[in-house]
Write a protein that binds this ligand. Structure first.
Ligand SMILES: [Zn+2]
Length: 304
């Protein structure tokens, strides 16, 4: 078998400085054609009916989870995670040797409708009424580059049943908007439901959710996190030169819910530094640090 050099030919790459759902789909097909160790399954669909995929690599019994592009204008996290999956596939023998006990289940694009809206704006296919509604939810602007929410104007990382009401009241947003609206109730959105059902079904031993930006790692939730979470966060941060940060005054995020429900380690990684959406030129630089963090997350022994 010909061994592929990482970095020699990379299937996962930005397209015209962006990463839309169609780019993801095209590169997905090429990844699946190239690497037999990769498999993909649909775990749900977005409001507009786009498939949400989980990628699986590894044959171990212990399942780890990483997700990305929960926030629309943080779409760069989708190719960052998919590139990492490609890297693991290219070095599958090495992964089997060092991480034979685990398997990784990754969801690179949780919010495909938002990812496309943030990059393409209102493309064809929307009615005049839908267009007017989206512009109004976007504060009157037809520039959607800062849009974080899903297509119904719900912030997916405020959707999870972990002190959801407190987060809603803290944000104070009464209806759909480009950011900060928690939805009519927890798990009102199919994209958030897909993540919850996945975690309940697969019983992950630890999870990581990729966002931008700040080069920080959040690891705690209302004292419900397990003891080793802080040690792990420090090791992850050290691997990539990020800071591990103890947060308070934040609820209803994916990692908050995961920690509360499973009492296992859950991390939010704020990749890169700058203003969202982070510029495409930073992709390689961000990947360099983030891949070390994800690598540690996957391979780490976490003694202590
Ligand atoms: Zn985010």
């Amino acid at each position: 078998m010909e061994k592929k050099q990482v970095g020699a030919h990379q299937i996962v790459h930005l397209v015209d400085g962006g990463y839309r759902f169609s780019d993801y789909m095209e590169q997905s097909e090429e990844l699946l054609r190239t690497y037999s160790c990769l498999s993909q399954r649909q775990i749900g669909e977005s409001v507009l009916g786009r498939p949400i995929h989980a990628w699986i690599i590894g044959e171990g019994k212990e399942l780890l989870h990483i997700n990305a592009a929960v926030h629309a204008n943080e779409w760069i996290t989708a190719p960052l995670l998919l590139r990492f999956i490609e890297g693991m596939a290219a070095e599958y023998e090495l992964m089997q040797k060092n991480a034979h006990k685990i398997a990784v289940c990754a969801v690179p694009m949780v919010n495909p409708d938002g990812v496309d809206l943030a990059q393409n704006g209102i493309a064809k296919g929307y009615t005049d009424q839908e267009r007017e509604q989206l512009i109004s939810w976007n504060g009157g602007s037809s520039n959607f580059s800062r849009w974080k929410a899903n297509i119904r104007g719900v912030d997916l990382n405020d959707q999870f049943p972990a002190f959801w009401e407190e987060e809603r009241d803290r944000r104070g947003r009464k209806g759909p908007a480009w950011q900060d609206y928690s939805g009519p109730h927890p798990l009102s959105e199919p994209e958030a439901i897909a993540l919850v059902e996945l975690a309940r079904k697969w019983n992950f031993s630890r999870v990581m959710s990729l966002h931008t930006q700040g080069r920080e790692i959040y690891w705690n939730y209302r004292e419900m996190e397990p003891q080793q979470a802080e040690v792990m966060a420090n090791q992850l941060a050290e691997a990539g030169g990020y800071r591990a940060v103890k947060l308070s005054g934040s609820d209803a995020g994916y990692k908050d819910w995961y920690i509360q429900e499973f009492r296992r380690p859950g991390f939010t990684v704020e990749a890169g530094e700058g203003v969202n959406p982070l510029p495409a030129e930073q992709f390689d630089e961000i990947y360099e640090e983030l891949s070390l963090i994800m690598g540690k997350f996957v391979l780490g022994e976490y003694a202590g």
